[in-house]
Write a protein that binds this ligand. Structure first.
Ligand code: FES
Ligand SMILES: [Fe+2]
Length: 421
């Protein structure tokens, strides 16, 4: 807490001297060898968010998650006792993928009382116990109690389901999240059940897309054609700067003040925004969500725009001042590709007008996101040329320094531990 809030003097970056101010290398985003290290050092050791408890609302509800970065597929299920558990999605007989629908490599979800393998019909209950073997007498000394599904460490925080592929996680989920994230407890996540989801394959390293969403330096330029000209010009001239950055452990936060769309001059809005009373910043009608948790809006902005919490390694929760939130996931699929997932959450709409306002916010958000992704593919293709190896970061890009430094630190820590030093 010593570093909070910003000191009266100096830049944000100077406030975190361990980050330095030198140009940075992007070798960590173009090297296949480094990517293999990240998989072992980070994605098989850190807590990874794979979804929310609303996706498994009742006993027997399940979903699968394909996690190429960890070379596995998992099943997340609500058990008979109401717990959420996770297993590797592999049958103990001859290794078939246990749960899938028509396409073996696609994710699926549903409700069941047990999992039955499609190959020879072995069955497992919701707690992962092997309960039935076809023609069991044909096997030799088979002790079913030793052949349950392989569990994955799974913990839930505020309805967010996290898994950890380490044999023994080095920290509990709460310890890993730390005080900056746990100060979000009490946000009404469980009331935000109107959900919009999209995913996209992006031909860029996963960290490049995280970088795009942890600075707003680009916003008035890259998104200029999407905002009415008067607005983006004004934002560029004002030298938009976030009022608050914070780094704690492996996680980061950026907070910005807001604009009240309906108070802006008419020419700054698109006609559809007036018709639907909504836009990128969310529906104009703000739902009453009650008191906000202490961890939100740390700079006490009024109006407050948004807080973007970047949870290491690849998960973002972004809260909008207008009373909704969204999440981003960046799942690496190779050193220069990843799967991006965006999920937008609102309270249940009470009227068609509210529903349409939510839809406009969701599609505006998707349009902006895809515009960012487009640029990343252009960036990835050129940094891979290795023509340049030092890139300049300004003070508004302080969080980018931290992500790359933290990534390197996890890799170094892992190499030190596995070298037995
Ligand atoms: S592989 Fe699953 S029952 Fe044979
Ligand atoms: Fe952007």
């Amino acid at each position: 807490m010593a570093r909070f809030p910003k000191p009266p003097e100096g830049s944000w970056t100077e406030h975190y001297p361990e980050l330095g101010t030198d140009p940075v290398s992007y070798e960590d985003s173009i090297s296949p060898e480094f990517y293999e290290k990240e998989r072992r050092a980070i994605f098989k050791r850190a807590w990874l968010n794979v979804g929310r408890t609303e996706q498994v609302p009742r006993k027997g509800s399940y979903f699968t998650k394909e996690l190429k970065v960890a070379s596995t597929s998992i099943i997340v299920v609500r058990t008979t006792s109401g717990e959420v558990k996770a297993y590797h999605n592999i049958c103990r007989h001859r290794g078939n993928k246990l749960v899938w629908n028509d396409m073996p490599l696609e994710e699926t979800s549903g409700v069941c009382r047990q999992f039955t393998c499609k190959y020879h019909a072995w069955r497992y209950d919701l707690d992962g116990n092997l309960t039935f073997v076809q023609q069991e007498g044909e096997f030799f000394n088979l002790d079913k109690s030793r052949y349950g599904l392989v569990p994955v460490h799974c913990e839930v925080w505020e309805g967010f389901i996290f898994v950890n592929f380490a044999k023994e996680p080095e920290q509990s989920l709460r310890e890993f999240l730390g005080p900056m994230i746990t100060a979000l407890e009490g946000y009404p996540f469980d009331k935000m059940t109107s959900r919009f989801y999209y995913r996209s394959e992006v031909k860029a390293n996963w960290k490049l897309y995280m970088d795009a969403f942890q600075e707003f330096y680009h916003a008035p330029v890259l998104h200029a054609n999407q905002s009415p000209t008067a607005y983006s010009k004004a934002a560029a001239e004002a030298g938009f700067e976030a009022p608050h950055y914070r780094i704690e452990g492996p996680h980061r936060l950026v907070s910005t003040s807001g604009v009240r769309a309906w108070e802006m001059a008419d020419e700054m809005r698109k006609p559809i925004e007036d018709i639907c009373q909504s836009g990128l910043f969310g529906p104009w009608d703000k739902p009453d969500l009650g008191e906000m948790p202490p961890g939100l809006n740390p700079a006490k902005c009024d109006p407050w725009g948004l807080d973007s919490f970047q949870l290491f390694p690849n998960f973002v929760i972004l809260f909008w001042g207008q009373g909704w939130y969204l999440t981003y996931h960046y799942w690496p699929t190779s050193y220069n590709t990843h799967l991006f997932e965006g999920t937008v959450y609102f309270p249940q709409p009470r009227t068609p007008r509210e529903r349409i306002a939510q839809e406009l916010a969701a599609v505006s958000f998707k349009e902006y996101g895809l515009q960012d992704a487009n640029t990343l593919e252009a960036t990835q293709s050129m940094i891979e040329s290795r023509v340049l190896d030092d890139f300049l970061l300004c003070d508004q890009e302080v969080l980018i320094r931290h992500l790359h430094k933290e990534t390197a630190a996890w890799v170094e820590d892992y190499e030190r531990k596995t070298a037995g030093v």
